[in-house]
Write a protein that binds this ligand. Structure first.
Ligand SMILES: [Zn+2]
Length: 307
């Protein structure tokens, strides 16, 4: 089964990682008039098209356009190649002239909202660019000696000239799991879901020294007090808020009594497969809402309901 239905997957760019270390090649690609450069302002991508409606695209400028508003010290990252054309993202936060020059071209929108309005392949490009620029914005200094570091390898490494350390963009693995018990699954309401009585899967970060399976079992026990056994992998989804990789799993229940932690989880219940199927079809609500379709949680639930 193809997993490329998950938003933030299916990036059409060839990351061309073998070229990243070649700074002369990168400079040559960036100098081409047909290079593509996507500006970000405070981690919000430039969009081109109407501010409402669905004809919106990522606001990639040509190299020639981007050269005109010049922000030479802005952090740039190399995203990859498409049809031989190099794509970059550029953080223009703090460059007022660059921002002003873009007013007539498009508008900036926060990444989560933007991802709901652009073509599927562009969502993955947005995720890649946003996660990288976010990392640069927060990791300007060496974690070892405190001195300012410099971007290398097209933005995939920061080097400390003082102590020689290299620092790499981080990705934080998180498990997200649907607990099942035969024809029932467990849906829970997280305190962070402010409105709509959304019930979803459980989730949590993988800790150092922990396997995916161990993280799944620990989080389920912590949040709802249920012991789980077999863990089965489903699919994964990059989630650039700010830098997670959501690892979707199914976990088989070995105990049934729910004991919510009351801290992260404020409600949880077992739901029958037939009911969940009707909820997905919009025929029944059971007084709760399912997670949004852009999230892997929804796909975990739907895939199980249709098994
Ligand atoms: Zn250092």
């Amino acid at each position: 089964m193809s997993r490329s239905f998950l938003p933030f997957t299916g990036n059409p760019l060839d990351r061309a990682s073998e070229w990243r270390g070649n700074s002369a090649w990168l400079a040559e690609q960036r100098a081409r008039s047909d290079a593509r450069v996507l500006p970000f302002l405070d981690l919000q991508p430039l969009l081109i098209g109407p501010e409402s409606g669905e004809q919106t695209r990522l606001g990639f400028l040509t190299g020639a356009q981007a050269a005109r508003f010049g922000a030479p010290d802005a952090q740039e990252v190399f995203l990859g190649l498409e049809d031989g054309i190099a794509h970059f993202a550029c953080d223009i936060s703090g460059f007022a002239a660059a921002r002003a020059a873009l007013d007539d071209i498009g508008h900036f929108r926060e990444a989560r909202g933007a991802s709901a309005r652009i073509p599927f392949g562009e969502i993955a490009i947005l995720g890649q660019a946003k996660a990288l620029l976010d990392w640069h914005a927060r990791h300007g200094f060496c974690a070892r000696c405190g001195v300012a570091t410099h971007s290398q390898d097209g933005g995939y490494r920061r080097h400390c000239g003082s102590c020689g350390s290299d620092h790499f963009p981080r990705t934080d693995p998180a498990v997200i799991m649907l607990v099942t018990d035969g024809d029932r699954c467990l849906l829970a309401r997280n305190r962070r879901f402010a409105t709509g009585n959304v019930h979803s899967t459980l989730a949590g970060f993988v800790e150092p020294g922990e396997s995916i399976e161990e993280a799944v079992r620990r989080e389920v026990m912590e949040e709802v007090g249920i012991r789980t056994g077999a863990v089965r992998y489903f699919a994964s989804q990059p989630w650039p808020f700010p830098s997670s990789l959501m690892i979707g799993c199914y976990a088989e229940a070995e105990s049934r009594d729910i004991r919510i932690d009351g801290i992260e989880i404020v409600a949880a219940r077992w739901m029958g497969r037939a009911l969940v199927r009707r909820m997905i079809a919009g025929e029944d609500s059971a007084d709760i809402a399912l997670p949004r379709r852009e999230a892997i949680a929804f796909h975990l639930i739907r895939n199980w309901a249709e098994e």
